[in-house]
Design a binder for this molecule. Sequence first.
Ligand code: ADE
Ligand code: ZN
Length: 307
Amino acid sequence: MLDFISALPKAELHLHLEGSVELPTLRELSSEVPGDIYSFTDFQGFLRSYGTVCLLLRTPGDYALVTRRLLERLQEQNVRYVEVNLSVGVMLWKNQDAAAMFGAVSQAAAASPVPVRWIFDAVRQFGVEAAERVAELAVASTGRGVVAFGIGGDEVRGPARCFRDVFDFARSRGLKLVPHAGETDGPASIWAALEIGADRIGHGFRAIEDPVLLSHLRDHNIPLEICITSNVRTGAVPSLKDHPVRRLFDAGVPLILSTDDPAMFGATLNGEYRLAAEVFGFSRADLELTARRAFEYGFDSTPPSGP
Ligand code: ADE
Ligand code: ZN
């Protein structure tokens, strides 16, 4: 099974650059890395650690380095297409030159054989004006591989309805919309994300609590970006066996397997496929279908023709 999973051509559609930085790389960047930086035990602790990592990324060179390292890891796993979330909302909060940072990461990406597209991510709890600035930067970079605008962070402290105008603006300028929703809040948060135009939902596993929502996602072909290990590590699900990935799949909801913040959670994309197989009983055919569909749900991907 492991060889089978490794050999599958895969697309990774929900991954944050800032969450992909392995501890040794963080230590290369700074001598002040807290030893317990990845030892959070709940979602708020995770958000604090994520903020700390972001603060350790200071220069365009830092961003270029972590991009190179990430793409090496993905290439090793036979990832043939990736959409990388960039926390532009956090960059602006840090008063960084986001355009310079994006220049550095896109240059690093151009040197990799893995095709990379970008999602500029705003932080829900930073508010609407901050999100508008992120959306404007995303729109200004559509010619350079930016395909979507997203909102992450705390869905409870930043309800989707507040971002309707920002989403309208981004959509009208050709961007796709990928909010995180239904991770730490329930189905109403997913409905709200759909109402403002979500093309895919980051996480969204709590759709399992609402049969009407499950049918809606299936009938409108709106995929959930499922990140099993992430949900366990942030405590969004009580335990691994409680994860509803199998029930979502059986309900015909379109799914994409993803890692979210691989270094912070100790996750790999191959590992997520392995969990699907070993814990949730996905057959080889199920995995093959899931992997192929991920390319179809990419905003600018070409499904691979051969192995
Ligand atoms: N930013 C990075 N990872 C995230 C997650 N799992 N939820 C919300 N915001 C995030
Ligand atoms: Zn995420």
